[in-house]
Design a protein around this ligand. Sequence first.
Ligand code: NAD
Length: 489
Amino acid sequence: MMKIANYINGEWVEPKITEYLDVINPGTGEVEARTPLCGRDDIDQAARAASQAFETWRKVPAQDRIQYLFKLKFLLEDNLDEISRTITLECGKTLEESRAEMRRAIENVEVACGIPMMSKGEISEDIAPGIDEIMLRQPVGVCATVAPFNFPGMIPFWYLPYVLATGNTYVLKPSERVPMTMMVIYRLLDQLGLPKGVVNMVHGGKDAVDGILDHPAIRAVTFVGSTSTAKYIYRRSAENGKRVQAQGGAKNPVIILPDADMEMATRIIADSAFGCAGQRCLAVSWAVTVGEARSSFMEMICDAAATRKVGYGLDDGVQMGPVITSSRKARVEQLIGKGISDGASVPVDGRNTKIQGYENGAFVRPTILADVNPGSEIHRTEIFGPVLSLMHANTLDEAIALANAGQYGNQASLFTSSGAAARKFRSEVQAGNIGINIGVAAPMAFFPFSGWKDSFFGDNHGQAMDAVEFFTQKKVVVERWPKDWSRQF
Ligand code: NAD
């Protein structure tokens, strides 16, 4: 079993508690590690270390700070196999999906290496005779991240590289269900030779989170997780005067027009809906066919769902792993049942899945629910499992209205060969990430990871220039240097 410890002030530190949560491999049901459920004392220790380190780290020139990130990029690449394997062990996704996740993490390290350019200030000369005005960007102080279970390697990297490059210091609290991946990554961070206290990590659940939200030394909080937790984090951080951005849940629609390339659309939508067992915040979870698209798409997507190879993520040829826990499996199955009792049919039913050799795994096969009623519970609720609901509309306008009726706004996709339809959709649909003939419209690291409505609370998002905005505070200086105050040369 991997030992899970906190990393504080450049040392591996024993937690100050005795309560632990088992980390269960979702494919085998075996215990892989035990997460210490740390509390305020451990957070306080980490926040103090980060606060002290901030005083010197903020003064290190940006071009020197990013040298650590260049080293980190190569360490992550050299250790990609071990990190990816660890993601699969604790999170269940396939090894290929774990590798793809880490490529996205590394991409953020690469972009943050551009901080000397991205965080430059501004100057206006002679705003009045002999007076200049300057805008500087300065780091905000200690920043903390509270992360979810579904991308244990990638999501902390929406923040960590930018935090360090902009001169802040950091406290990470990984999801208590998947603490192992960041243990492997912090061992690499430990090799970088960063000054003590610049990066810290404390494990735990709600008590550790509350410790972060209430700690006076922590100036900015980034969160990714469910909408109910996001609202709580946003409110409590704001009450305590902190900067905060909180990414929430999702229920992403895809619209399929009759002029779409149906084969391509089906392949991409199946990958989006069932990849990572549907546990991606950018997974499409309901599809609206327009006009004649209905029958061909229905037939092809049912075939794609029924033939997807489900199994243990480390085994060759597996296309989809388990959901994160057996209780999540039970919840997904209960929601499928609710959808059926609310009037949907189930042409492909993934309930009661057993995988030979992995009888204790939390597997749910891909499921298709057809003729789902708009507004029904299954239509409104984030399932976070491999379930695709099908609905139908007569026109694109009707389909867009359906897409816009939901509470979430993380992503919306359209499949079509019409530029005019794509343009209308892009303009009118209420979501922060848009896919046109794309199933998972995940922004590259040099674009913000957007999100609207109940999928995001805050102003600046993660990644790219939004991260620079979020992790720096602006200072405006108005300067006059009268001639006779200085020596004449
Ligand atoms: P979660 O909200 O249960 O947990 C996320 C984090 O919050 C964990 O670190 C957990 O310890 C902490 N937490 C949980 N309950 C808390 C509470 N009551 N008080 C304080 N802290 C608490 O989310 P999850 O199940 O780990 O992740 C899945 C969710 O994350 C889904 O809803 C998914 O859509 C969302 N997600 C969103 C994005 C995005 O970019 N919008 C990305 C990934 C995941």
